[in-house]
Design a protein around this ligand. Structure first.
Ligand SMILES: [Zn+2]
Length: 647
């Protein structure tokens, strides 16, 4: 989902969204139920089968959210045996009857957990064919899976669903486990004939049933439980087409816009941009995953959007919002986060899709978007892209961390890879390898490493799993053609992530034209000396906002080379690396130095002093992994950070 927005109409056509709160995030936080409602023992029962097909066949009206009907689930037993069929349905929803493999069975209900004891024990690979007939009114409130409301702007009343992350069971009986995508799904909705119904896949039929109509939506692609949706209202159907390169057919873009004479004219120009966005994303991410079905939008009166598979629900149309939710069709729908810890897989990439869309179609406003993203991330010192807490819906959909920091770090990865062809190949490979399924953050790391040949362990540890950001205190001086630049790095969360190693650009503003130089920041204090023509009047650190950072830049006439400690540090070495039992630290002269050894979580393992030219530190007791040794002088000035790997 996606941002609370300030609107700025750009001369081109495009509308840029800027704002600290992501509206995809708002809509999910507002519209999702409490965390996983059933106990782990029930989840274990659900995981004894693999869902193949869900067929929702229910009555839904726009004027209230009373629903009735049936859900048929076909599943395959994956455990050695299965004698209890387990699913979830909100406790106040009434089950009228259930037919499972031909037998009418009575449920046992405990809260939101529903179980049926089967008359015959099933074996691995046996099929389950279960139809649950039910009715009721799904729970209300800001966290409801199904909502009914009226648009304040347009006056249209709508019944719509938003199940992410844990609210599907409020309106249909289901198995809510991310890793089990159904292979296909049908959503048949019977409703008043004045309504239209939007859902996933292809609208196969609209059948007259008495004085009502049944909308029959059929999806033959893998789909996660939270992406199955309905929206019911008086809509007009505004259909357009995209024509991605390399495809002879076109892709249908079906928009269900409020049936209000003023609504479509207000949004038509922005809706039309969806076509070029599909074409562009198909170029950089790989073909739109659901090209043989459609893409679409259904309006519903909530703030932001929700990336229901092939049919996004949204409150309004805006360029950034359309780009975000469309990006989710690749990032979230085709490749789905394996756990809610991995929400970066969905939201980081959907947010970066907004940035890429701006770069492509509204380049003048792209830098401002990334700057705003950076500022939001750094409005607080800590927090990781990786989500450590799946019990907090606010944390899962943290606009600052899952969305903006995720977006910023993908941008940094692109900078580190330093080759857009290769960067987009990483994204395409990730889609190819994990499409139709789920993937973790570490799966993304593996694909990125395999594709680029880079070791990205440090990158992911500091930016994705670590916390905070670096502050660069830069001093510079020019003497003739010799340029001195010193960058002293401190960090916002030294107890978690003590050092960020990163390439970094510096823009030198000169009378003869600006130039950009690039160096690797590999330790807390870096000194660079290089030749430069002309007269430098100013230095800007990271002028293109590739790297999350704060900092200051000062011209300093006293900076004409290295200090005594810096000269000393330049000649300090650690070897061997990797090491098994001990590491040696060599120093140019005898000098008393304090050392401290940390693991990657920055837990200090040991500390002490060394003073010889050659010093042995035992690492026998350490487990395998990466470690840091910091060296500081007797007057506590940090001299150098050494890194090594224990084998
Ligand atoms: Zn989103």
């Amino acid at each position: 989902m996606q941002k609370r927005l300030l609107f700025a109409i750009c001369p081109g056509l495009l509308v840029l969204s800027l704002g600290a709160q992501n509206s995809c995030s708002i809509s999910k936080i507002n519209s999702s139920a409490q965390v996983q409602a059933v106990p782990m023992s029930h989840v274990a029962l659900e995981n004894k089968y693999d869902v193949k097909f869900n067929h929702l066949n229910i009555n839904v009206e726009r004027i209230n959210k009373d629903i009735s009907g049936s859900v048929r689930t076909i599943a395959k037993v994956v455990a050695p045996t299965l004698d209890v069929y387990a699913l979830e349905l909100y406790s106040t929803m009434i089950i009228d009857s259930a037919r499972i493999n031909g037998s009418l069975l009575m449920p046992v209900r405990a809260g939101d957990a529903v179980t049926y004891t089967l008359p015959v024990t099933l074996n691995q690979n046996d099929m389950i064919d279960a139809t649950i007939y039910y009715h009721g009114t799904p729970p209300s409130g800001s966290d409801a899976g199904m909502s009914n409301g009226t648009s304040g702007s347009w006056g249209n009343q709508v019944t719509w669903t938003l199940s992410e992350p844990y609210a599907a069971f409020e309106w249909w009986p289901c198995k809510q486990q991310l890793q089990d995508k159904a292979d296909s799904s049908y959503v048949y909705i019977t409703t008043d004939s004045t309504n239209k119904v939007g859902s996933n896949g292809v609208l196969k039929n609209v059948v007259t049933v008495g004085n009502k109509k049944r909308y029959e939506w059929e999806n033959n692609r893998f789909i996660d439980y939270y992406l199955i949706s309905v929206a019911v209202a008086k809509y007009v159907d505004y259909s357009i087409y995209a024509h991605p390169a390399g495809m002879t057919d076109s892709i249908l873009i079906q928009n269900y816009v409020y049936d209000n004479p003023a609504t479509l004219p207000a949004f038509q120009t922005i809706i039309d941009q969806t076509a070029e966005l599909i074409e562009y994303f198909s170029d950089i991410y790989g073909m739109y995953p659901f090209y043989d079905q459609k893409y679409g939008h259904c309006m519903a009166p909530f703030s932001g959007g929700m990336e229901h598979q092939t049919m996004t629900s949204l409150g309004f149309f805006d360029f950034g919002l359309i780009a975000h939710e469309l990006g989710h069709q690749w990032w979230g729908d085709n490749v789905t986060c394996r756990t809610w810890n991995d929400i970066f897989v969905n939201e980081g990439f959907a947010s970066y899709s907004e940035q890429l869309a701006l770069e492509q179609f509204d380049a003048a406003n792209a830098p401002a978007n990334m700057l705003q993203v950076h500022n939001n991330v750094m409005s607080q010192p800590g927090g990781s892209v990786y989500n450590p807490d799946t019990t907090s819906i606010n944390r899962i959909f943290s606009s600052r961390l899952s969305y903006d920091k995720g977006c910023a770090i993908i941008h940094t990865l692109r900078f580190v890879i330093n080759d857009d062809n290769l960067f987009f190949t990483v994204l395409k490979n990730y889609q190819t390898q994990f499409g139709n399924g789920t993937a973790s953050i570490n799966d993304f790391k593996t694909v990125a490493e395999t594709t680029t040949g880079l070791d990205l362990t440090q990158f992911f540890n500091q930016w994705i799993f670590g916390e905070g950001y670096p502050t660069f205190t830069v001093r510079w001086n020019q003497v003739g053609n010799t340029f001195y630049l010193k960058n002293t790095e401190t960090v916002s969360m030294s107890g978690v992530t003590p050092l960020f190693i990163t390439p970094l650009e510096y823009k030198l503003t000169r009378s003869i034209g600006d130039t950009v130089v690039k160096f690797d920041q590999t330790q807390a204090i870096e000194n660079y000396t290089f030749s430069v023509g002309g007269t430098v009047t100013n230095v800007t650190t990271d002028p293109n906002n590739w790297v999350l950072n704060k900092g200051t830049v000062t011209q300093d006439a006293s900076l004409v080379g290295l200090s005594e400690n810096e000269l000393f540090a330049a000649s300090v070495h650690l070897f061997p690396n990797p090491a098994k039992e001990k590491v040696m630290i060599s120093m140019p002269v005898q000098k008393t130095i304090h050392y401290a050894l940390f693991d990657v979580t920055t837990k200090m393992i040991k500390s002490g002093s060394i003073s010889s030219v050659e010093n042995v530190i035992s690492i026998q007791e350490l487990s395998q992994g990466m470690y840091f040794i910091t060296l500081s002088s007797t007057d506590n000035e940090q001299i150098k950070t050494l890194k090594f790997v224990k084998e």
